[in-house]
Design a protein. Structure first.
Length: 331
C-alpha cells in the first residue's frame, strides 16, 4: 500500500496521463479530423472574370510554366481560355473544340501540350485531342463525330476525362452518359495496354466514370459518379484494388485530384456544392474513405472538375453553376 501511495510514482503517472491527454487532444484537433481550415479562397483570381462567358466545365494547371487552362461551353464563346497563375488573362482559342469536358496539361523535356476530351455530338465530338499551348491541333484519338462501341478501344462515346503520365502513358475514362462505361490505358504511341469496365454497379463496372487520376504509388483512381463511389486500379495490370463509397451517400464524386504531397484526395461533389478532402492511403489496403475536411461552396456553384498546381498546392475549381473558375490556396 505504501508503494501505491508513493508521491513520486503518482507524479509519474500524472505526467503520463497529461501527455496522453495532449496526444489525444492534438489528434482530435489535427487536420486529419477536419477541425482546421486547410484552404482559403483567392478573391483576386482571376483579375478579369468577365472573360468567363460560358459554362466553365474544366480546368488544368501547367505547374511548370505557371499557366491555367479553362474549358468552357456555349454559343459564340471561346472554348479554351488561358490565364497566368496570378490571374491575368493571356489568350484564348476555339478551333476544332466543340464541347470540352475534361482538360489536362502534359509537360515533357521538349515542351508542353494540352489534352481535351470533347463530348460534342457534331463533327468534332466523341474525341480526345492534343493541342499545342497556343491551340494548334496535334493529335486526334477517336473518330470525330461518331460515337463508338466499347468493343473498339479508340472509339469513344462522350469521353469524360484524361490523365497523362510523364512517360506519355494515357488514362481515359470514357462514358459521360454515353454507351461506354470504361477505363482505358494507352501507351505513348496510342496502343491499348489494358481496358476495363462495363455498364453496371459490380466490382470494376461503372456508371458514368467521370474523372481519373494516378497517385505516386502505382494506383489509378476513378470517380465512378453514377455509382457514388471511387474505384481504384493497379496502373500496370488494370487489376481492381478496392473502392470507396462511405463518403458519398449525399452525392457522387465528380472529380478526383491529389494534393501536391499525395496525402489527400480532392473530390468535387456537384449537387451539394462541396469539395471533400479525403485522407489518401500511401500503401497497402485501400480501405474506405476518411473525410478530413471539406470546403462548402455557395449554393448553385456546382463544382464540376478540379485541378491542383503540383508546385504551389493551389486548387482550381471549374464551376458550372457559377460559370467561373475559383482558386483556393493552402494555408
Amino acid at each position: 500500500a505504501s508503494v501505491f501511495f508513493d508521491p513520486t510514482l503518482m507524479e509519474f503517472e500524472y505526467c503520463v496521463f497529461i501527455l496522453y491527454s495532449q496526444v489525444l487532444k492534438a489528434e482530435y484537433f489535427s487536420p486529419w479530423r477536419g477541425e482546421q481550415q486547410m484552404y482559403k479562397l483567392d478573391i483576386d483570381w482571376p483579375k478579369t472574370p468577365e472573360h468567363f462567358t460560358g459554362q466553365t466545365f474544366c480546368v488544368a494547371v501547367d505547374s511548370l510554366h505557371g499557366l491555367v487552362y479553362v474549358g468552357q461551353r456555349g454559343d459564340n464563346v471561346s472554348k479554351v481560355l488561358v490565364f497566368s497563375e496570378e490571374g491575368y488573362f493571356l489568350h484564348s482559342w476555339n478551333d476544332t473544340v466543340e464541347m470540352p469536358h475534361g482538360i489536362f496539361v502534359w509537360n515533357t523535356a521538349i515542351g508542353s501540350s494540352v489534352w481535351i476530351t470533347d463530348v460534342g455530338t457534331g463533327k468534332y465530338g466523341h474525341t480526345v485531342k492534343q493541342y499545342s499551348p497556343l491551340g494548334k491541333l496535334m493529335q486526334v484519338l477517336g473518330t470525330p463525330g461518331n460515337a463508338g462501341s466499347s468493343l473498339i478501344p479508340l472509339q469513344f462515346d462522350q469521353p469524360a476525362e484524361i490523365f497523362v503520365e510523364e512517360t506519355g502513358e494515357i488514362y481515359v475514362v470514357d462514358g459521360d452518359g454515353g454507351m461506354n462505361n470504361r477505363l482505358l490505358k494507352l501507351s505513348d504511341d496510342y496502343k491499348e495496354i489494358w481496358l476495363t469496365g462495363t455498364n453496371g454497379s459490380g466490382i470494376g463496372q461503372f456508371k458514368i466514370p467521370h474523372s481519373v487520376t494516378v497517385d505516386a504509388f502505382g494506383r489509378v483512381w476513378v470517380a465512378d459518379r453514377g455509382n457514388k463511389r471511387i474505384q481504384v486500379f493497379d496502373k500496370v495490370t488494370g487489376e481492381w484494388l478496392g473502392s470507396w463509397s462511405g463518403c458519398f451517400s449525399e452525392d457522387g464524386p465528380y472529380s478526383v485530384r491529389f494534393t501536391a504531397d499525395y496525402k489527400y484526395l480532392i473530390v468535387a461533389q456537384l449537387n451539394i456544392n462541396r469539395l471533400a478532402i479525403l485522407a489518401a492511403p500511401p500503401v497497402g489496403s485501400i480501405g474506405d474513405c476518411v473525410m478530413v475536411h471539406s470546403v462548402q461552396l455557395a449554393d448553385e456553384t456546382k463544382p464540376h472538375l478540379v485541378d491542383v498546381d503540383m508546385r504551389s498546392g493551389a486548387v482550381y475549381v471549374a464551376e458550372i453553376g457559377a460559370q467561373q473558375v475559383q482558386k483556393y490556396v493552402p494555408l
